[in-house]
Design a protein around this ligand. Structure first.
Ligand code: UFG
Length: 360
């Protein structure tokens, strides 16, 4: 299939482009560059082994997006393009509503005009708010506890309304838990702008010497060691889930909503210690007050994704830490670091695709 990947130069989008190409799909990226590096393209091309089309377009720019749909006949759209920092969303909610909700509306309108009726949407476990029960199932109560979460909830709802109005529109809502890690090549990974908001990139920056110490937000939660528990999922598993979801949605001709997590809760200190083992570096930390709005324990029931898609997370927390560290150690300045020789082979393409690319 020919797939438009909105936000394809970002962290999860870029890994998904590799997974799509590895399964023989043709990838066209649209990315505004607001939270991604232009240097990701060079690395993606090295990984994929073929040129990718990249367009610097904001999904809110209807005219530019319509031109893209007129140039290519897309079979489906993967929509990653969004702002994603919870704290930032509390400081500038209107920007989040405009980017994430306005962007989704604009994209859906352009898709409708072009007659493209298949969407895979990047949703988040944030739509469960502070869940009353773990593991969290897809039928748990939905609530937004911050503006970022509201944008994901509203986007899911407006996609659902569109599906209600158009019997041919199919959408897959993928609710991510806590994506971490990087491609094992060390060529692509997470490169946050400024101070990281999330635990794993913060740990990575401490390990590489860019930050002195980690702050552990609270040690008095009713959890295994008092620190917050989350469901960390390797970004390569998450990327594969997008391709599985896309292919299932098209093959079965139906939309769905699934959690994407491992089903296993890991505490902050468990992650810190796993990272220390994987990297051989010590991660000094201070325990400070709880971060407002944080839940004690959030982890997925991922069984629906397995039942529908046959998908299951394969990487454990050691692999997540190993690959996160490999990326950070090879690229201490993220994408601003010089490009080194790749240490693992390119993605394996199916034989038929190799033959097609070779002109057979
Ligand atoms: N934490 C620290 N120190 C830090 C950063 C985080 O102790 O410097 C702790 C948090 O308190 C929490 C855990 O590490 O217990 C994970 O925090 P993250 O910020 O990495 O992740 P969250 O679970 O808070 O949030 C993430 C995404 C959100 C998304 C949510 C969905 O950042 O966008 O998962 O469940 F909405």
């Amino acid at each position: 299939m020919r797939i438009l990947v909105c936000g394809g130069a970002g962290y999860i989008g870029s890994h998904t482009c590799v997974a799509l190409a590895g399964r023989g799909h043709q990838v066209v990226i649209a990315d505004s560059g607001v939270n991604s590096s232009s240097r990701v393209m060079q690395r993606l091309q090295r990984l994929v082994g073929a040129p990718l089309s990249m367009h610097r377009v904001d999904v809110r720019d209807r005219r530019a997006m319509a031109a893209l749909f007129a140039t290519y006949r897309f079979d489906a759209v993967l929509h990653f393009a969004a702002l994603k920092a919870v704290g930032d969303s509390c400081r500038r909610p209107l920007d989040y509503f405009d980017n994430n909700i306005g962007g989704t509306i604009a994209l859906l309108q352009v898709m409708q005009e072009a007659g493209v009726r298949r969407l895979v949407f990047s949703s988040s476990a944030t739509v469960y708010g502070d869940p009353s029960q773990v593991p969290v199932r897809e039928d748990a109560a939905l609530q937004a506890t911050n503006p970022y979460g509201r944008t994901k909830l509203v986007a899911e709802q407006l996609i659902e309304d569109l599906c209600g109005s158009d019997p041919h529109f199919r959408a897959a809502n993928l609710r991510y838990f806590n994506p971490v890690g990087a491609h094992p090549s060390g060529l692509i990974g997470e490169d946050p702008c400024g101070e990281p908001n999330n635990l794993m990139p913060y740990i990575c920056q401490v390990a590489v010497g860019q930050r002195d110490r980690l702050q552990v937000f609270g040690s008095d939660y009713p959890t295994v060691d008092g620190t917050g528990v989350r469901d960390y999922i390797h970004v390569v598993d998450l990327a594969r889930a997008h391709v599985d979801a896309l292919e299932y949605m098209v093959g079965a001709d139906r939309g769905f909503t699934v959690n994407l997590g491992t089903g296993r809760g890991i505490s902050v200190l468990e992650l810190v210690h796993a990272f220390e083992r994987a990297s051989g570096r010590r991660i000094p930390y201070d325990v400070v007050a709880r971060r407002p709005g944080d839940s004690a324990e959030v982890f997925a029931d991922p069984s629906l994704a397995h039942a529908l898609l046959g998908w299951r997370a394969e990487h454990d927390v050691d692999a997540m830490c190993r690959d996160a560290w490999h990326w950070q150690a090879q690229n201490p300045q993220g994408y601003r670091s010089p490009l080194r020789r790749a240490t693992t082979p390119r993605v394996q393409r199916p034989r038929a695709v190799v033959a097609r690319l070779a002109g057979a």
